[in-house]
Design a protein around this ligand. Sequence first.
Ligand code: ADP
Length: 487
Amino acid sequence: MNGAQDKLKVLFASAEAAPWAKVGGLGDVAAALPAALIGTAGSALDIRLILPFHAEIKRKNPTLGYLGAFSVPNQTGVFSAELYVASLHGITTYLLDSELTNHNSPVYYGDPALDGRKYAAFSVALLEAARFLDWQPDILHANDWHTALAVYALKTLYQQDPFFKETRSLMAIHNLPFNGYGSEFAMTELGFMPGTYEDLPDWARLTPLPLGIAAADQIVTVSPQYAREIQTRDFGCGLHEYLEKHNNKLIGILNGIDTRLWDPAADPYIPFPFTAADTNGKTLNKAALQRELHLEENPDIPLLTVVSRLDHQKGFGLLFDAIPDNARKPWQLVLLGTGSQDLEARAEDLMRQYPQKIVSLLRYDEAMAHKLYAAGDLFVMPSLYEPCGLSQMIAMRYGNIPVARATGGLQDSIINYHKAPDEATGFLFTEKTHEGLVSSLNSAILTFQEKETWAKLMNNAMNKDFSWKSSAQNYWSIYQEIKSKRE
Ligand code: ADP
């Protein structure tokens, strides 16, 4: 038995955690992984989550305890922060509030300098929060650029600080191109000096994510394939040489999904539950959605679905370019997403041009997302790069067969029909062109018409284990390895 002394203490720092604050997959991961780790490690682990107390969380009004106020040093003196505690999915979760990190702000402003100030301050304040709690973390598990400076601070501002002497760090990369560029002013205000790591390019010396990467004891990407890809010029965002040289501290662990939240047999958002053994409910969900969205109610027309941030990363250019030439073919498309204005405008135009076939729902809508996963036949995800991707795993669990680009986590989680038809769970294509996507979609649509083959694909996809269990085991091993690296 482990007493409180022997527990491994992990501070899991994130900008998002669902359902309190979720913009993308990071919110799902921060909500699910700590709880899955407790499932794996049990009483040997004390993992706690820390988030900024975003305006959105305040509005949701979770049950909170006020813990007190403390000071955080910066160049001009100190700023003050307040700490609250709550429970999220059974995990002790701290919400950190201060004028610099919150000020009633959105999760992300979308302005590099404002986001830089918010998250640089959060990164330092979260270390001070640990001190305020008198809780010395063995490991800081930081996620993406937003908390990368906490990792860098451990090796710089806090290097001589006895409180953090034993603290080691894991830097998780969920999306490399978002590196926090624009934080220089905020960093200088907080007392950070430019990084002196000789292998880092010059532009990275005051950029949060590269500094977190360089300072971390361990780097983890959210899929093994993405760990390989970021060591290449095409995917490495200027850091490929650094990452290749230091790949002894880089590994990839595929994310999981919350299989209780995403369960077609017991999903409160979908009208007709279903299972792999009996997919009749799926047919009824499709008919209900076609009715709701005023599309022709017809089980034989393949229903293509998209649930995504509308970002160029997701390859929407390929999808939108393909539509006019293929508009005569029988298919319907329902797209749910918000994001970049030009992509929203194109999605809206396409709906206007093809009202019988295309519905663009330009909003964030949890309930509709569940209905689309459940109703869809094909889930389109032509991402140009995809560190992991959760949507394709959710889609497979609902028998919604992905047609996706063979990259990152898509490649790691989808078994390609063209390579292994018997075990296949989806369709993968490699070309970054709309022709590549169309050819893959065409073969998926042809296969959809072969009822038996399609039923097998659905059955394979729905029976795959996408739970967090094996990821959590991998993270738990990594935590132990990092701990043993202590000097
Ligand atoms: P990313 O993290 O790059 O956004 P992921 O596939 O990892 O992509 O995760 C996306 C998550 O966000 C999934 O849970 C998906 O269902 C959800 N999501 C994306 N857009 C929307 C939307 N408009 N409405 C509801 N959920 C959405």
